[in-house]
Ligand binder design. Structure first.
Ligand code: SF4
Length: 254
């Protein structure tokens, strides 16, 4: 039986409902801090999700001179841009001080524009800590699962992959918990982001309540530890108490 509450399919069609407690970060970017060069080379997204302030108009700013061996791209939806595939391939050929460069796509992959060619290019160009966005409900589970399979096919390990999901919005705590269960099965990590551009611990409840916000955050932390360590690293006891002496059991257990 399909559980009705898992169905969020009407949410895609909502009008934009963004208020934002802090200003939205637009425009071209190129700053270096603590050895990491942070760049934004494009802007705009055709999806216009109701909770997102990214404009619909597509802009291509171009790639600035790369001066660090660690580069973080903060484009909200790089993959939807015409120049994206070629640019990702070109990133892989760049060197700084004769050394290769490692890249990160902070805002994650939009599965609607993702395919094998992109997966291969990201891997070849040394993009690390790959993120995939899964903000809506279970209607996208196959798409997210397919994207993870493509990433694994080109050599990413499951725990190199993180699924991003929005909390504190209209996709309920219960649905997000079910999504977390599936991420456990896929053995991938979870990144939480919060409606209204908020960041923990300064998140005000909007569609969720404080108890659910805190609980979800705690569960994500635990989930990511378990995916990383394959055990619960906070529970370190290895040995078990001896069994009671009962005749007839194998001697090595006494
Ligand atoms: S959340 Fe991502 S996919 Fe949705 S409108 Fe914003 S940038 Fe586009």
């Amino acid at each position: 039986m399909v559980r009705e509450w898992l169905d969020c399919t009407n949410l895609h069609h909502l009008a934009k409902e963004v208020t934002l407690t802090k200003p939205y970060d637009f425009g071209e970017k190129n700053i270096t801090k603590d050895g990491i060069q942070v760049i934004r080379i494009s802007e705009g997204c055709p999806n216009q999700c109701p909770y997102c302030a990214e404009p619909s108009k597509i802009k291509w700013f171009g790639v600035p001179e790369i001066t660090s061996n660690k580069v973080r791209l903060v484009d909200m939806n790089l993959l939807c841009k015409q120049q994206a595939l070629e640019t990702i391939k070109e990133f892989g050929e760049k060197l700084v001080n004769d050394k290769v460069i490692y890249y990160e796509l902070t805002c994650g992959i939009d599965f609607r524009f993702f395919n094998y060619e992109f997966a291969k290019a990201l891997k070849n160009s040394r993009f690390k800590r790959i993120r995939i966005a899964w903000d809506f409900g279970f209607e996208h589970q196959y798409k997210v699962s397919d994207a993870i399979k493509l990433l694994e096919k080109v050599g990413y390990r499951p725990n190199d992959i993180m699924v991003f999901m929005i909390a504190n919005w209209r996709v309920s705590y219960e649905v997000c918990k079910e999504k977390m269960d599936l991420c456990k099965v896929w053995n991938v990590k979870i990144g939480d982001c919060y409606y209204d551009n908020q960041t923990f611990p300064n998140v005000k409840p909007i569609f969720w309540d404080t108890l659910h916000l805190v609980d979800f955050r705690r569960r994500i932390r635990k989930h990511n530890q378990e995916v990383n360590f394959k055990i619960d690293p906070e529970f370190k006891q290895r040995s078990l108490p001896p069994l009671p002496k009962v005749s007839g059991i194998r001697e090595e257990f006494l």
